[in-house]
Write a protein that binds this ligand. Structure first.
Ligand SMILES: C[S@@+](CC[C@H](N)C(=O)[O-])C[C@H]1O[C@@H](n2cnc3c(N)ncnc32)[C@H](O)[C@@H]1O
Length: 260
């Protein structure tokens, strides 16, 4: 499926005309997340402002969202996406009782939590036996396929706090040692599209975070949004986001909580 064929692409392009890498990254995340069957109660782990949950599950009010950012949580609460929005450091302790949820999902957030073992142990605690965890995350291959200089990769990894670029074996090890069945993986971003994503993400984030000035980004700032949107549709729309099993630079991980 191409990006242009995704029902999520128009809203993403409208929302991120000056951040095309985000528009690109969110298409497979939303395509795969929206296909998940949510067994209530549901926790959106690292929920941010709740916009992604609203796109993926527009007709659902989810039971809970947790995040470490108070401004993002305030937006999530205002959007009415959750019955409860709770502040919490997911790398320390989740503010919920044991076995409170039957579904936990994390979209593009787990890689920012330094103590991954602690985070997964906490998710396992709040999930009821038989409950499901879904994680959308880029993986080791994204960095192995880095299309720019080694120096740029080194810089990117310091200003983009992507802490856990794991492969299938490593994710399986983390999850099974914290009480999950061996997980399954649904892949996205074949090597060519992975490189497009990396180049875009490096260019925009390096510029905005002050590491490498980019004429393209400067030009974007004075270009009308309508022009930028058209450019994104033309350049990214024909790309396919799908990837063969074991070949994607990102995946949706699904793991079932083992019975105690
Ligand atoms: C890239 S955003 C993704 C937000 C949302 N899931 C989405 O897809 O739009 C990452 C989120 O993780 C949250 N986060 C990072 N570290 C966290 C932690 N230790 N505990 C809880 N939330 C955390 C950030 O505040 C941010 O909202």
């Amino acid at each position: 499926m191409t990006l242009a064929q995704s029902r999520f692409f128009p809203d993403l392009v409208a929302r991120y005309p000056r951040a095309p890498s985000i528009a690109l990254c969110r298409v497979p995340e939303l395509e795969l997340l929206s296909a998940v069957t949510l067994q209530p109660p549901v926790l959106d782990h690292c929920c941010g402002d709740g916009w992604i949950a609203g796109q993926a599950f527009p007709s659902r009010v989810l039971e809970a969202g947790v995040d470490i950012s108070r401004p993002a949580l305030a937006q999530a609460a205002a959007a009415g996406r959750y019955l409860h929005t709770e502040w919490g450091d997911a790398g320390r302790e989740l503010p919920f009782g044991t076995a409170s949820f039957r579904t936990v999902f994390n979209n593009s957030g787990i890689e920012h939590i330094p103590d991954l073992d602690r985070a997964i142990a906490e998710i396992a605690r709040v999930l009821a036996p038989g409950g499901r965890l879904h994680i959308n995350v880029l993986n080791r291959r994204y960095f192995e396929r880095w299309p720019l200089s080694p120096e740029s990769l080194q810089a990117y990894r310091t200003f983009q706090p992507f802490l856990h670029a794991l492969d299938e074996v490593e994710w399986s090890a983390v999850l099974t040692r914290h009480g999950f069945e061996p997980p399954s993986f649904a892949d996205y971003f074949a090597p060519d599209v992975s490189r497009v994503l990396a180049e875009l993400d490096y260019t925009y984030s390096a510029h905005y975070l002050g590491h490498a000035w980019s004429l393209r980004v400067v030009r974007d700032r004075v270009t009308p949004g309508s022009v930028l949107r058209r450019r994104i549709v033309e350049s990214l729309g024909p790309l396919s986001w799908e990837a063969l099993p074991g070949s994607g630079s990102g995946f949706l991980i699904t793991a079932v909580r083992r019975a105690a």
